[in-house]
Design a protein around this ligand. Sequence first.
Ligand SMILES: Nc1ncnc2c1ncn2[C@@H]1O[C@H](COP(=O)(O)OP(=O)(O)O)[C@@H](O)[C@H]1O
Ligand SMILES: [Mg+2]
Length: 232
Amino acid sequence: MAVIAELIQASKEYQTGDQTIVALQPTSLQLNEGELLLIIGPSGSGKTTLLSLIGCVIYPSKGELYVDGQHVNKMKPNELAKLRLDTIGFVFQQFNLLAPLTAEENVAIPLKLQGISGSEIKSRVAKAIETVGMTERKKNLPKQLSGGQQQRIAIARALVTNPKIILCDEPTASLDKNSFEVVMQELKALARQGKSVAVVTHDPRLQKYADRAVEVKNGFVYPLELKDVSFD
Ligand SMILES: Nc1ncnc2c1ncn2[C@@H]1O[C@H](COP(=O)(O)OP(=O)(O)O)[C@@H](O)[C@H]1O
Ligand SMILES: [Mg+2]
């Protein structure tokens, strides 16, 4: 399996007044293509910080970070923004869909940011929405969709740029059991297609969808043995 992102003793500290908060202790971790990695841990442990590093949203305070072969430490903010747009797809707990836009308009946003032409946007949006099984609802506004359906549109928006990495921060936290399973199956299918998918959760039930898991506690990252691995 090819490594797509790598932290080498990478840490993140925040300075608030005269206090230093270590959000993430020095961490060495690899993300591989074709793998769903689960990042488990209690609230405040550093999960979002870890995801934000991999997602090129923040720089490490110490240590090294490589994403898609590029040395993040050495990149300027505008270079990092481009790497993020081209390489990373994000899925959040609250979906973050824009309310006045239809499902398909929401999915088109990252392609517009990339400056892609209208006709290509149209076909790629249609394909991404089809991948998540939402073609019949593409003209709907977010408020006309259930939580699970909104999350599937958010996944379509994350994958429409064909990113190598998909990062999900508590993607099932606002979902009922049925939607939760549909969403996790979607994410697992994307990993099977070769993407590197990382899912942050505090829900141990998600272990059955994972290929690998780590646990974050007080800013430290530990490998975790999966209790219930399914191979289907
Ligand atoms: N921008 C920030 N400034 C100061 N402290 C932060 C910031 N972001 C996160 N932290 C702190 O870092 C720790 C880890 O936060 P976070 O990564 O959001 O945890 P989790 O996602 O596991 O709930 C927490 O103590 C949090 O308060
Ligand atoms: Mg968090």
